[in-house]
Design a protein around this ligand. Structure first.
Ligand SMILES: [Zn+2]
Length: 145
């Protein structure tokens, strides 16, 4: 398993960065085991802050995979594509993955406090935990089991 294209994102949120993040583009790989340390991954449900082009913020309370050893959070891209096009039917499911970026997470208490209907970019930035880093895993000669 290779890890590549590690990059840091400019800090946007006002809260301290949390978690390393991987948006899984592989429909046939669900990561029951951590791609980094091979420990069993847990489920963690938390509000993701997603920026949709050109200027639409979205908070999505989503169950993700999480490895506490690596502090690694994994969301499946096809699931996000589906949920986002359901929330915004004018977006094309075929191309939607090019039109959004998962920016970070928001505490559950903040998520409940923020009125989704009046969600302003500024209000969510105040509550936003950026990711510590965004990572990409690629299969190297098969994923192993
Ligand atoms: Zn791990």
């Amino acid at each position: 398993m290779g890890k590549k294209d590690e990059k840091t994102i400019p800090k946007l949120g006002k809260q301290s960065p949390h978690n390393r993040f991987f948006l899984n583009p592989y429909r046939d790989v669900r990561f029951s085991k951590c791609p980094q340390c091979s420990n069993k991954m847990r489920q963690r449900k938390l509000p993701l802050f997603i920026h949709i082009d050109p200027n639409q913020p979205l908070l999505l309370n989503k169950t993700c995979r999480y490895c506490s050893y690596c502090d690694l959070l994994i969301a499946h891209r096809d699931e996000l594509d589906h949920l986002i096009t359901r929330a915004f039917p004018f977006l094309d499911p075929e191309t939607v993955s090019n039109q959004y970026l998962v920016m970070g997470t928001v505490d559950r208490t903040d998520w409940k406090r923020i009125d989704q209907n009046k969600l302003s970019f500024q209000a969510t930035i105040e509550a936003l935990h950026d990711f510590k880093e965004v990572v990409i895993f690629e299969p190297m000669g098969g994923w192993g089991r």
